[in-house]
Structures are given as C-alpha cells and as structure tokens.
Design a protein. Structure first.
Length: 255
C-alpha cells in the first residue's frame, strides 16, 4: 500500500496533550505519515499558559521546505496571528484536490476585540478552500458573530458558516447544553446531522485537535465527509476514555 503523507500546521503544546503531538499521534494511529509545520511554541509562565508565535520568516521557510512533498491531505490548527494565517492560506491555495480540515482555533479569543476581529477575518478567507471546518461553540459564535444558546442556535450558526463559504461544518457543542451528552451539529448545505456521545469525566485536553486530525485521517482513507466525522467522534471518545493527567491518548489499546 502506498504511504499517504499528511501535513499539520499546528502549534506546540508544552505538555504534549494537544497541538502537533495530538496530530502526529492521530496520524500514526491511522497508519499515515505525518508532517508538521510549527506555528507557535507554548510555555507555562508567571502569566499563565502563554503562546509564542513562530517568526513569520521561519514559518515561511518551513512551508517552503515542504513544497515538493506530495501531500494527500492537510489539517490546520492554531494560527496564532494574521501573519502566520496569511502564509498558511497561501500554502493552502497551492494544494490541488486534497482534503483540508480547518480547526479554527481562536487563540486570542480572550484578548482585545481588535485582535479577535483581525484573526476572524483571516480565518473566513480559508472557508472556500477547505473541506470542512470544526469550530467549538465559542469559536462558532465568534466566527458567525451570533450567540448560541441551544441546539437550534447551533443549527442556525452552522448554516451561517456554510453561507460564509464553508463546504462542510461541524460545531462541537461539548456539554454546554447537557451534562449527559456531548452534542455536535454537522451541516453540508442540505442536511443537519446531530451527533451525540456520552459526556466523560476524564481529561479532554487535546480532544479538539484529535477530532480535526481524525477527520483528516479518515478523509485520506477515502471515507465520505459525514462518515469521517462520525468515525473521528468515536475515536475521540475512546481517546478521552483512556486519557491521563496531560491529555487524551490516541494510542489506546483496542484489545
């Protein structure tokens, strides 16, 4: 079987629960050869958990180094600022006929409104060029500029994001509306699908990264988009179930 190459544009999680570590572990679990272009570093400092964007010149050089690799798919994670996002978008536009998953991590969602607005506008530019976007509730609200208070709001915002150019949308609802079920909404421009799984008490750090990388992996394995989402949701459920104090575990024992 021909080896398939998949690239993550994602950040370093110093505790190895999410980010590029979750991406590579997920790719390996699906027998894919994973590559990473690092968008940022992180550290726990006196100020808390801090994100340090990769210098844009270095990030551009990373992408240039990978220009001749025949990638079969791409996953976009944490893009910490507009400069990194612009370089990532240029790279995405050069890819032809491969599945691309955008996990629109708004790292500055607790920061100044001007920063949020600038990054939001940049992320919206990706929508026509990617296969699916995977925002959580907060990210979906910021991207659509609408409040989500219930399941019907999730559907309305999913449609809004589709209307903004996304081909497929899955909004991760988590347990905001139920302490028993983690509810996600998938929309492809025609039909809504409600995806549910039991809420787990275990550590879920890295679940969002694993979900997006799981979808990308399934798409490389020729699954239709909705099936890829369903398979990834089950994969994340098991990864959370087997998590430790630092995050979810993709390489859980299947026996």
């Amino acid at each position: 079987m021909k080896t398939k190459y998949i690239l993550a544009l994602s950040g370093n999680d110093i505790f190895s629960g999410g980010g590029l570590y979750a991406d590579l572990a997920t790719y390996g679990r699906h027998q894919l050869h994973g590559f990473v272009a690092v968008t940022c570093l992180t550290a726990m400092t006196d100020k808390g958990f801090e994100v340090f964007a990769t210098d844009s010149t270095i990030f551009a050089q990373q992408l240039d180094s990978l220009k001749d690799v025949p990638f079969s798919g791409l996953k976009l994670g944490l893009l910490p600022n507009v400069a990194i996002a612009e370089l990532a978008l240029d790279f995405v536009k050069k890819q032809k006929n491969i599945p691309i998953v955008l996990d629109p991590v708004l790292v500055c969602k607790e920061s100044h409104d001007v920063e949020v607005s600038a990054l939001r506008e940049e992320l919206l530019k990706f929508f026509p060029h990617v296969t699916i976007i995977t925002p959580n509730l907060v990210e979906a609200e910021l991207l659509a500029q609408k409040s989500i208070q219930n399941l019907e709001d999730m559907k309305a915002v999913a449609k809004e994001l589709y209307d903004l150019g996304a081909q497929h949308v899955v909004i991760k609802g988590g347990n905001r509306f139920s302490q028993e079920l983690a509810v996600d909404v998938y929309y492809d421009g025609q039909d809504f699908h409600i995806l549910e799984s039991p809420v787990l008490s275990q550590n879920n750090v890295g679940a969002g990264c694993t979900f997006a990388s799981g979808i990308a992996s399934q798409l490389l394995l020729d699954q239709p988009v909705l099936e890829a989402v369903k398979e990834a949701k089950e994969f994340v459920y098991q990864a959370i179930l087997h998590s430790d104090q630092y995050g979810v575990k993709q390489n859980y024992d299947q026996s």
